[in-house]
Write a protein that binds this ligand. Structure first.
Ligand code: 5AD
Ligand code: SF4
Length: 441
């Protein structure tokens, strides 16, 4: 028997990249590779990159530079760049960093084994096309190894919204929804492998409109209701949603589908109507707040999370105060916030920029407000009983870590709690970023 070759994948960015990395590992499994968690003994290194943050490409180059000695020691080592930076600057990467053997965009992972073979013959291999064929079809997972209890499942990819700050429509391409039957098959397979919670992924997941087995277009809500019928699947989540695609059936499902968890990531980006317009968001602050009211009417205890950008071009103090007011009105359980940074090729990159120190100050104010809201919602969980899916052992003896239905990390010290169990837990303490509790069933 030949010893398997080793593949090291470093994943940056969003949950979809985590999902994509798993699929790449499976594709390379078919080409005789097993995963390793260190680059030092790898025969192939893949960086699965993200382009959404500032200086993404620079970080990739500096990471690649760190592998130079490995390639010197082991000339057969193959180094590849995947993901959104690969998509955005594939040719440039090949030119600038001779260590790189292959570049593969997010739509071409199924071609990885081919690209690897080509790279093995000393050629440079690049594929950043947006092919129409379904890459997922080529990525039927091979080894049916047991999985952790919570998994991601990509249902939709790409975005047609073209927010003025964002590269996603350029790197991930136009919106494409996977056929519902493929998603249902994949979900059943995940459940067979031990998964009890699935997070449906898409850059614009609630715009999902995949072909249903009945010939019609299925909405995300329809897909969720079908998943609800999958025995053994206990929890369903989805991310990331756009306010404009929060349809009535999806809002209603939050109130009526017991497997759909009471957590919703619904980025608003800004609370200023003027800035929202300049961002090309096509919703305003009032319509977002009205939407939150409708969602909370359907599911009063739902935890709302969001994304914010401060210092978008032309943002005034008043615009920023409007954002702070919106945050106060919503009361977020969690949020991700960023200073605006330019992405070449996007419309906002050409506009008047806000000074860096102003951005820094606004970000600190916003994060402090969010931290207060997050903490007080967490504190309000104390003495309540929640349901927890245990995902892994904690750092201390007999400690288990899991997630509540509200996506709070919950720590329980009890030998009775096992990975994969869903148990009732009474919350006893609220920490900075987690809760402690004890089994209550
Ligand atoms: N600058 C700052 N933040 C950005 N995001 C996307 N593009 C930019 C940018 N150019 C943020 C948005 C988005 C999240 C994933 O990243 O808030 O929702
Ligand atoms: Fe980017 Fe999201 Fe806007 Fe699409 S909706 S352009 S992914 S920020």
């Amino acid at each position: 028997m030949t010893t398997p070759k080793k593949l090291y994948i470093k994943t940056y960015g969003c949950q979809m990249n985590v999902y994509d990395s798993e699929r790449m590992a499976e594709a390379m499994g078919g080409a005789g590779y097993v995963e390793t968690d260190t680059p030092d003994d790898a025969d192939m290194i893949l960086l699965n990159t993200c382009h959404i943050r500032e200086k993404a490409a620079e970080k990739v180059y500096s990471e690649l530079g760190r592998y130079k000695h490995l390639k010197t020691e082991k000339p057969d080592l193959k180094i590849g760049v995947a993901g959104c930076v690969a998509q955005a600057e594939g040719d440039e990467i090949m030119r600038r960093q001779p260590l790189v053997d292959l570049v593969v965009g997010p739509q071409s992972y199924h071609r990885l084994p081919e690209l690897e073979a080509k790279a093995g013959q000393g050629a440079k291999a690049i594929d950043t096309d947006f092919p129409t064929e379904d890459k997922f079809e080529h990525l039927k997972s091979r080894p049916k190894a047991k999985r952790a209890p919570a998994a991601f499942l990509t249902v939709q990819e790409g975005c047609d919204k073209f927010c003025a700050f964002c590269v996603v429509p350029y790197t991930r391409g136009a919106e494409v929804s996977r056929p519902a039957s493929r998603i249902l098959d994949e979900a059943r397979e995940l459940v067979d492998r031990g998964v009890r919670e699935i997070t449906l992924l898409g850059q614009n997941v609630n715009a999902y409109h995949g072909a249903g087995p009945d010939g019609g277009d299925w909405s995300l809500a329809k897909l969720i209701w079908e998943l609800d019928r999958v025995d053994g699947l206990e929890r369903i989540r989805f991310t990331t949603s756009h306010p404009n695609d929060m349809s009535d059936d999806l809002i209603e499902a939050h109130g009526t589908c017991s497997k759909l968890m009471p957590y919703l990531h619904l980025p608003v980006q800004s609370g200023s109507d003027r800035i929202l317009k300049r961002m090309n968001r096509s919703h305003d602050a009032a319509s977002y707040l009205a939407l939150i009211d409708r969602i909370r009417a359907a599911r009063p205890d739902i935890l709302i999370s969001g994304d914010f950008i401060v210092g978008f071009p032309e943002e005034t103090d008043q615009d920023f105060q409007d954002t702070m007011d919106l945050i106060r009105a919503v009361n977020y359980g969690q949020a991700f916030s960023f200073k605006y940074s330019t992405r070449p090729g996007t419309p906002a990159a050409e506009r008047d920029q806000v000074a860096e120190d102003v951005k820094t100050d606004r970000l600190a104010q916003l994060q402090s407000l969010i931290a207060d809201q997050q903490k007080s919602i967490q504190d309000s969980m104390v003495a309540k009983t929640v349901s927890v899916l245990f995902e892994r052992a904690g750092r201390f003896d007999n400690q288990m870590v899991g997630k509540s239905e509200y996506l709070h990390a919950v720590h329980v010290s009890d030998t009775d709690a096992k990975v994969g169990d869903i148990r009732r837990v009474r919350i006893t303490q609220s920490n900075r970023n987690s809760l402690n509790g004890e089994l209550a069933d």
